[in-house]
Design a protein around this ligand. Structure first.
Ligand SMILES: [Zn+2]
Ligand SMILES: [Zn+2]
Length: 334
């Protein structure tokens, strides 16, 4: 009789029978290991959660302190049942981790969401040797080649200089993308204030506490600012805020949106985005395929996104690849 697979896709999520836990489950389970705090990976309501200290903190900020019955910060290697687990940086957002599971003599690395491009708001991706590499495929098509984020930020700064009478309203995910855009603005020389939608304040505050230098941040409220005062200023908000009357407090705003999906022109047009900024926290096609080549696992398992193209690429390379068909992930959507 052959041993059961080290990890099994189930409707709740990816399940480890020898440790009796799930990784990034979509439904409440007794024991969850969570790669990072984005809503589609980190759900509230599990019995016990193991994650990095920062992911646990971020979940508490988003869901409240009672988001789980018990929490355990990941530290070194931990034995869970007959599995040994450890967490390693994924380079995606603050606290993001890959989860390495060692069981039945097989090493599996579940990368969660990951990126290989330098991101000063979190620790860089750490290659973890493994027999099975589990990868996402959000931008898993050869057409996706993310540009240098510095050149994207320079487009924003050029526009601010060109239209000093207008405000620049930048749509960005409140967790991860917003702080990344702020760090990039600082790197490209924007030392002035950056105004924030209320939904971003607590998350930015936590990044500052964790040593991520975000500079002069101010709430984008109208208490002390008149409409005209926002001329020439940069304001960050979750994209959903644009449809509300909230956006009307700014003078003739230039609508910008920072997302990997902005590489797709139709998406930008559809959303009424005047200045698309192609800035992603996920691997693009060259980084995804390079990572598989570097790790050289015996098997590659593909989770959410463009599975077909990645599977096909692996096959052409003579690699074993398996689609997991896990549902529920919505990367860089909203
Ligand atoms: Zn994510
Ligand atoms: Zn994801």
């Amino acid at each position: 009789m052959s041993a059961p697979a080290p990890l099994i896709p189930r409707p709740e999520g990816l399940y480890c029978p020898s440790g009796d836990f799930y990784i990034d489950p979509q439904r409440p389970v007794p024991r969850a290991l969570i790669t990072h705090a984005h809503g589609d990976h980190a759900r509230a309501g599990h019995g016990a959660v193991m994650a990095t200290r920062q992911t646990l903190d971020l979940m508490a900020i988003r869901y409240g302190e009672d988001f789980t019955a018990s929490r355990q910060p990941a530290q070194g290697e931990t034995q869970i049942g007959d599995a040994r687990v450890s967490f390693h940086p994924a380079g995606h957002i603050l606290g993001s981790a890959q989860i390495a599971v060692h069981t039945q003599g097989v090493r599996v690395t579940v990368s969660g969401d990951y990126a290989r491009v330098a991101n000063p708001s979190c620790a860089p991706f750490e290659p973890v040797p493994c027999d099975i590499f589990v990868t996402e495929a959000t931008f898993g098509l050869p057409v996706f080649r993310h540009p240098d984020p510095a050149t994207e930020i320079d487009k924003l700064l050029d526009s601010v200089a060109r239209f000093p009478e207008r405000a620049h309203l930048v749509g960005a995910y409140a967790l991860g993308k917003a702080q990344r855009v702020i760090m990039l603005l600082r790197e490209r020389g924007w030392t002035g204030p950056i105004y924030l939608h209320g939904a971003m304040l607590a998350l930015c505050e936590y990044h500052i506490q964790q040593g991520v230098a975000l500079g002069d941040l101010r709430p984008a409220t109208t208490d002390q600012m008149r409409k005209a005062d926002f001329a020439g200023q940069i304001i960050l908000a979750p994209p959903s805020a644009f449809e509300a009357t909230w956006a009307q407090r700014f003078p003739d705003p230039v609508i910008c949106f920072a997302s990997g999906w902005m590489a797709v022109r139709a998406r930008a047009r559809q959303r009424g985005v005047e200045l698309p900024l192609v800035i992603s926290d996920h691997v693009d096609w060259p980084d995804l395929t390079r990572t598989i080549t570097e790790l050289d696992p015996a098997q590659t398992w593909v989770t959410h996104g463009r599975e077909d193209a990645v599977i096909r690429w692996c096959e052409l390379q003579g690699r074993v690849a398996i689609p997991l068909h896990l549902a529920g992930f919505e990367d860089e959507a909203e």
